[in-house]
Design a protein around this ligand. Structure first.
Ligand SMILES: [Zn+2]
Length: 287
């Protein structure tokens, strides 16, 4: 059964670990993440961007697939189905489709408009038991065509959004989406510390988990990060494993062209990456 992310993140914040949000793109991705979470007895959040939702023919298809797969695989660990970087319209569509968690990203709006829209989304979501993530301070890099400058969030603004009653808060602390450039300055721990001091018990979300060194991830968790988003890293290992399979000519041997064989190495690579991240985040055995 799908659950909101509220309880799992409260537990994570109190227990000083983080729950991974792994973005899904298709059936293989979903299966790999769910099976790994179950094997490791870890709570998990399945992230769906608006682009991925469109690719899978719509949020209704995604919700139906995830619910059915959760049931048919006999998954007992807490699973949240979460809209990643939702627009106002996208958030409403996912609430309708049966998602259990929503990120409303109003970070590109002026603060007052972000607050007004966030408030409305929070009200609707909470009346239906759906958790809400909001964002302060645009997160750099590119997310489905939205490019942010990688700014560092203002702790006062974080406090204002946190006080609206969000269940988790994404705040820019120098992190960016996609692959980090060689000259990246690293996470801004002073900013993170200031944000946590202002927002108290609020679980904080770290976007752009791909390529942040492990020691920085661990330090961020000690400073209140309770949810870490992983997307690009799974894509990279999936592509690498698939390329190796084809370059080795395995698709030309016997029935190697069968999509169930062709996609298997990539799926296994996602499982290994998810396992590695859950171990790093400390969520293993916390279901
Ligand atoms: Zn993000």
């Amino acid at each position: 059964m799908l659950v909101s992310a509220t309880e799992m993140l409260k537990k994570a914040k109190a227990g000083h670990y983080a729950v991974g949000q792994f973005n899904i793109n298709n059936l293989e991705w979903t299966k790999a993440v769910l099976q790994t979470a179950q094997e490791l007895n870890s709570p998990v959040i399945l992230g769906v961007s608006e682009g991925a939702g469109k690719y899978m023919t719509g949020f209704k298809t995604v919700a139906a697939m995830v619910k059915a797969m959760d049931e048919s695989l006999g998954i007992t660990v807490p699973v949240a189905l979460h809209l990643d970087h939702g627009t106002y319209e996208g958030a409403k569509a996912c609430i309708e489709a049966g998602f259990s968690s929503i990120m409303f990203d109003g970070s590109h709006f002026p603060l007052e408009e972000n607050i007004a829209k966030s408030k409305e989304i929070i009200e609707i979501c909470h009346s239906k038991g759906i958790s809400v993530e909001c964002e302060v301070g645009t997160i750099g890099g590119e997310e489905d065509g939205v490019i942010g400058a990688g700014e560092v969030a203002d702790p006062e603004e974080c406090k204002m959004i946190a006080d609206l009653g969000v269940d988790m808060l994404a705040a820019g602390i120098g992190n960016i989406h996609g692959v980090y450039p060689a000259n990246w300055a690293g996470l801004n721990f002073e900013a993170l510390d200031a944000i946590q001091q202002k927002t108290g018990e609020m679980p904080l979300v770290l976007h752009g988990g791909t390529g942040i060194p492990d020691d920085m991830i661990k330090k961020a968790v000690t400073l209140g990060v309770s949810k870490i988003n992983v997307n690009t890293e799974c894509q990279l290992v999936f592509a690498e494993a698939t390329r190796k399979y084809i370059e080795a000519g395995k698709d030309l041997q016997g029935k190697g062209f069968d999509p169930r064989k062709l996609l298997a190495p990539g799926t296994e690579a996602i499982k290994a990456k998810v396992k590695e991240k859950m171990e790093l985040f400390g969520s293993v055995g916390k279901a």
